[in-house]
Ligand binder design. Sequence first.
Ligand code: BGP
Length: 464
Amino acid sequence: MAKEYKFPEGFWWGSATSATQIEGAASEDGKGMNVWDYWYKQVPNRFFNGVGPDVTSDFYHRYKDDIKLMKEIGHNSFRFSISWSRLIPGGVGEVNKKAVDFYNDVINELLENGIMPIATLFHFDMPIEMQHIGGFESRQVLENYKNYAKTCFELFGDRVKRWITFNEPIVPAEGGYLYNFHYPDIVDFKKAIQVCFNTVLASAMAINEFKKLEIKDSKIGIVLNLTPSYPRSNHPADLKAAEIADLLFNRSFLDPCVKGEYPEKLVELLKSYNHLPVYTEDDLELIKNNTVDYLGVNYYQPRRVKAKENMPNPYGVFTPDWFFDEYVMPGRRMNPYRGWEIYEKGIYDILINVRDNYGNIESYISENGMGVEGEERFIKDGIIQDDYRIEFIKGHLKWLHKAIEEGCNVKGYHLWSFMDNWSFLNAYKNRYGLVSVDITTQKRTIKKSGYWFKELARNNGFSE
Ligand code: BGP
């Protein structure tokens, strides 16, 4: 007997994108440079096949047709990001009228097509002028971000009823200050921690401005990439390793953003290594009073850890890797193109944790997806037959369904992504879309998964 997986009425079916990854027109109509435009100019060889963010999927010029396609494949909701450097070139000062027109058009077009817009204020794309004065290390940049956020609420808040302050705020901190995959590409744990703290504070500052405006029927949240930390074994040393990974990579944002407070154990740990960030009592008060209304959960892969095999090099660089080693579990299933493990149950474990330890705050899956290289080889009858993607989505939806049955307060599921788009550093190596994009002609073609997604949304579930 086939089992039915029906989702709650009004469930959000859709996808997520970000400005830098789809818009293109990187220097058109007055847009300023962001860190990606700048970094690409400095070191194009760091980007897969030397492809930069200047054109990407040309959404800036094709949004009308793209939104029609979204509707065609069953979207009732869609997350995009506003580009700070397009709206306010340089990060501070005059608003760019052309950018206002563009985002107004996108929002209106979505609404006319029955698609709820969810707008992200920051998706890895710091205006370069702001990075040059310290990025999120700088208090001045926090102020400027706050003003940019307020401008967005004032310009678009009459129609955008769902806001996201940051997408995966830990990623620019890890990538830019520890692991060499974002600009400014330095290695400094102390700075990374300061950037993390300041981003939490910036999010609270934006929420505070949002609340002052008292916009009706409107909510503001944050999107976090939650990676459950699974220990190799129940040995206390492995458990400890997993606990520290969880504190550093999940609870460092989840706790202050949802509960308004940092976990004591994290504070103790950082203190004992003399790595506490600089903050004031007022900062903590602001964070406490401005928690999120809802939570977006991005889930791609779990983190498996074990106790360290060897002592860290005492002359080496202090990084989170002092506390745990990666555990390569035998038999784990991999997406070899991205190098990420596929473990569907992770989505359930995250949501149960949110239910039990975070007041069952309203949430939705804001990203989940599978990037695959060389998808042309799966073309049959002119369409990419991406059955692996359909299986990937189904596998996760089954666990999501179970979580909802068990009382998790989840409102929707968004795939990464609507169409193939430009990845940070990986450029167009791995393709994520329900719709393929030929990057030389910009032609869009719905993949098999796109047609499947349409049915999924139409039936508000699937059976198997
Ligand atoms: C998430 C980001 C997205 C997207 C996705 C896929 O972490 O929010 O911006 O890029 O990952 O990752 P990638 O593009 O690096 O393969």
